[in-house]
Write a protein that binds this ligand. Sequence first.
Ligand code: PMP
Length: 423
Amino acid sequence: MNYIGPDNIITKRQEYFFPATAHFYKDPPQIVGGSMQYLFDHNDKKYVDFFAGVSVMNCGHSNPEILEDTIKQLNNIQHTTTVYLTQPMVELAQKLAEVLPGDIKRTFFCVTGSEANEGAMALARLYTKKNGFIALTGGLHGRTHLTLSVTGIPMWRLDDHLVKENIFFIERPYSADLSYEEAMEKSLQQLDAVLKTHGNNICAMLVEPIQGNGGIIMYPRDYLKKVKTLLEAHDVLLIVDEVQTGYGRTGKMFCIEHYDVVPDIIVTAKALGNGIPISTFSTTDEIAKAYSRPSASTFGGNPVAAQTALSVLHYIEKNNLVEKSNELGKYLKQKLEQISSPFIHEIRGCGLMLGMQIQSQNQSVTSAEITDMILEEMKNRGFIIGKNGLNRDVVAFQPPLVISKGDIDTMTANLQEVLKQIV
Ligand code: PMP
């Protein structure tokens, strides 16, 4: 392949993409290859991937075992229509019923996370016959009309385009100025107040069990239980958006299990297809009945995507990736906590979804600028790490779950050196 190189790609993006296009890095690599936890650029430089495309590639890049199944399916039949009887889609639905929490059993297949959240929101309206939604500040749920309207990250919101009526934001249980307990109490009080005044017209609350783009924000362990109790008193459903947290990412199959809560509707995407687009919203027998039109989309759960997803679930089980994520997550967290730097304010998250809150120590440089310096220098040293947070000042670690202890050791040793260089 004749690679055109990063500069030409940037020029073409600036010319042909929408002007608001963004990319990481001052000097970004052209990524041309991937193999498990590694990425390769057009100069054949190898990077250890500690971001996995925002938790997409849980089973690693171009995983040969999964690809074999995908390619076999591509050769058999690519697609007809999901209305015809094909086997992978039903086998996947059955397998999901086995791994999903509680009595969540029925699945509607879609293609993207946004589409699945939008479907979940429609289902909540149909079931409750109510209309409004509650969401948390700092949450991200997608780019479609409703999902963007419940997205609480200002940099994503297309303000003139959003639904405002009957959308209620409450503060997430995290604030730089409050303890976790105080922030949780504040959030619960706001939820209680909204439910008391508007509960009659609210159908559901959407939450990510750990906010991803919002800055790797995990809530106090009893927060969602208290939320669920308040919601139930007003017949309001809980929709859990596991698009970024699902399929082993946080050391449990689904992150909601950390909170010991069973939601009414659960939404998944990204890692289910390990790079092949597929998403789901799943619910109980009773709630699913409310969706009174045929549950099919053109590509949702097509044979290639469904067979790949089956293979992903099989690979996760066979290789104990959920347990591995838990163990390696603890190891990574410990290693990150051992790094000494005045810029590290907090390490948070769980499993292999960890965030490092950066805090500047003087006026001449912002926390976001320090975060960018860390990312750039780590990339130069062969490590791709992420960033997120409302102020873009959280370094994010979300590697493929097939990462090794050795990769963690070399990455954290390099990170310590990089942080020392920043003054
Ligand atoms: N929910 C969450 C938690 C996400 O992280 C994202 C994507 N970053 C979405 C929904 C939207 O998913 P998609 O881009 O596949 O529409």
